[in-house]
Design a protein around this ligand. Structure first.
Ligand code: ASP
Length: 315
């Protein structure tokens, strides 16, 4: 018997839900992270967990929760999504995002957009308000404008820190933290959802699209198996269909979520030379954060528990 809700006055409080988020995987070292910046990162990740968790706590859907968490991270200049997105080789912020609903496999995505303040909202609009799965470039922006989704001047996304990263990558340095954001959730009705949003990789070629907006690569959700959001070197995640492969191992291979994630991230991705990670949740509410880089900003919250945030491998 399911007993997903408790009623208190007019409020419907759910007693079984989970939300897991990431803020990107990368090679950031403990020494390079100042305590001030670490505090700022942790605080923002916690607020994203609270934004999604407070919806789940009153019976909100997993789709609403992942969207709320990601909007908060997109609005923060700390992460490589929305404000603070990475620059491409032409010095432009081109953003990608996607969202998927596990109950009916509906999905939406936008790619290569330069004027949509919150790309995840546009991806959601594609999912619920069109017969398509992905819209790109100016077509996606026109669609968003028609749906009253906020457009901004391209300069809105610029931060000095990301600009300096572009200059350093152009000069041949590598190993910057990436900062893509993602979320997966399971709501009180046992429905799963996943969403991912990014500015992509610093110095990427103009027009390059990564895994984040590709359903099955950067994002996947199916109530029969799991929900996954990925971060890392997108080309590898596309070739390995990382998010769908993890769910397929769970659904068709009878593998538990933790082993499936280890197989795909620690085995297949690492075997190809790719770097990155995922957060995931399965149909029974098991949560997993798996990565093969030195760090991945991540956090989780569930009914009755406080938000938890982690950064490095050994946490
Ligand atoms: N996966 C993203 C991309 O390749 C980047 C990242 O996750 O940091 O566009």
């Amino acid at each position: 018997m399911m007993r997903p809700f408790v009623r208190i006055g007019w409020k419907v409080l759910s007693d079984d839900w989970q939300l897991v988020i990431h803020g990107g995987a990368g090679g950031i070292s403990r020494e390079s992270l100042t305590s001030e910046r670490e505090g700022w990162l942790r605080d923002t990740l916690e607020r994203a967990l609270q934004a999604g968790g407070s919806l789940l706590g009153v019976g909100g859907s997993s789709v609403a929760a992942v969207q709320a968490a990601i909007v908060l991270l997109e609005d923060s200049p700390l992460f490589n999504a929305g404000k603070g997105a990475a620059f491409n080789a032409a010095g432009v912020n081109e953003l990608d995002a996607s969202i998927m609903r596990g109950s009916d496999l509906q999905a939406g995505a936008v790619a290569g957009v330069t004027r949509i303040r919150n790309p995840v909202l546009a991806a959601h609009a594609v999912m619920v308000g069109s017969t398509h799965v992905m819209l790109a470039g100016t077509g996606a922006e026109r669609f968003a404008a028609e749906r009253n989704i906020e457009l901004v001047e391209p300069e809105y996304f610029r931060t000095e820190e990301r600009w300096r990263q572009l200059e350093r990558v152009r000069a041949g340095e590598s190993g910057f933290e990436l900062g893509t954001v993602g979320a997966v959730a399971r709501d009180a009705e046992r429905h799963l959802a996943a969403a991912t949003s990014t500015g992509g990789m610093t110095n990427k070629r103009y027009g390059r699209v990564g895994d984040s907006p590709i359903i099955g690569a950067g994002t996947y959700a199916d109530d029969r198996s799991c929900a996954v959001s990925a971060t890392g070197h997108g080309e590898y995640f596309i070739r390995l269909s990382i998010a769908r492969t993890i769910c397929a191992l769970v659904e068709l291979g009878g593998v538990n979520l933790s082993d499936a994630a280890k197989d795909v991230i620690g085995g297949r991705l690492a075997g190809l030379g790719g770097e990155g990670g995922i957060v995931a949740i399965d149909a029974s509410g098991t949560i997993v954060a798996e990565f093969n880089s030195s760090s991945m900003y991540r956090g989780w919250v569930s009914a009755g528990a406080s938000p938890e945030v982690r950064i490095f491998q050994d946490h």
